[in-house]
Design a protein around this ligand. Structure first.
Ligand SMILES: [Zn+2]
Length: 251
């Protein structure tokens, strides 16, 4: 069974079709991650409407650009996540972004939100799904202060030495369809042991102009198998095992 562990399913206008196509491709579970303050209730709602969608809740590091009220609404957001804590499988998508967020005056509030989300994950004993773009060092430093069941780094593209540190610490790395063209993503696949890899679409993010969808992870699996020279079936069951380890609540 294939599991898309990171998708923004609430953003599709044709979700019926997306979910049906995913099933046809063997993708029987999809984790829909929260992003904005307004997305959280919608993520819970779609997970109640589709038996293959499982919710994760969190505030994306780019929310500080879009939502000027996020600071004052943070307690409300945390309350919402707590109230829904028995329905969710992870805290995510959370993290820091110093690449797409250029305005440095937003970094303190971004860090404040991230720390609150990490504390919440620790309190609720939930794994985290992390966005680390351009802030890998800061995130890896912060992570040592928290006790989290498991850490999933989504779409890693940072420096090699931090990738190696993440591997030493036993983090799990999820691979997107960017495996087709991105040298940093290929590097992750080469260096990370198959026991620490996961699959994700990050849909509807576009890949070479094409909207990303959960069914694409079937091809991601094939590409990983080719790079690592492993039988596809063997790799699929290994990744399913990894997924169970990180996100036990969706099984
Ligand atoms: Zn994402």
């Amino acid at each position: 069974m294939l599991v898309d562990i990171h998708c923004h399913a609430n953003l599709y206008l044709n979700l019926d079709e997306i979910v049906a196509d995913a099933k046809k491709a063997g993708v029987h579970k999809i984790i829909s991650v929260g992003m904005s303050q307004t997305s959280l209730a919608r993520v819970i709602e779609i997970s109640e409407n589709y038996d293959t969608i499982y919710p994760a809740l969190g505030i994306h590091p780019e929310e500080v650009k879009m939502n000027k009220e996020i600071d004052q609404n943070l307690d409300k957001v945390i309350e919402f996540i707590r109230e829904n804590s028995n329905k969710i499988c992870a805290i995510g998508e959370i993290g820091l972004d110093h690449y797409f967020v250029k305005d440095r005056s937003l970094y303190p509030i971004q860090t404040k939100i991230f720390k609150k989300m990490l504390s919440l994950a620790q309190e609720l004993t939930l794994p985290v799904n992390l966005h680390t773009k351009g802030a890998e060092k800061e995130i890896f430093e912060l992570l040592s202060s928290y006790k989290l069941p498991e850490v999933n780094i989504h779409w890693y593209s940072g420096p090699d030495e931090l990738l190696k540190l993440g591997i030493e610490r036993g983090y799990y790395f999820s691979i997107t369809p960017a495996i087709s063209y991105s040298p940093p993503v290929k590097k992750v696949v080469e260096l990370v042991d198959q026991k620490h890899l996961l699959l994700e679409s990050d849909g509807p993010v576009k890949y070479s102009g094409q909207i990303g969808t959960p069914k694409m992870i079937k091809d991601v699996l094939a590409k990983i198998a080719a790079i690592k020279k492993i039988d596809i079936g063997v790799l699929e069951s290994q990744i399913e095992k990894n997924t169970k380890k990180v996100f036990p609540r969706i099984f």
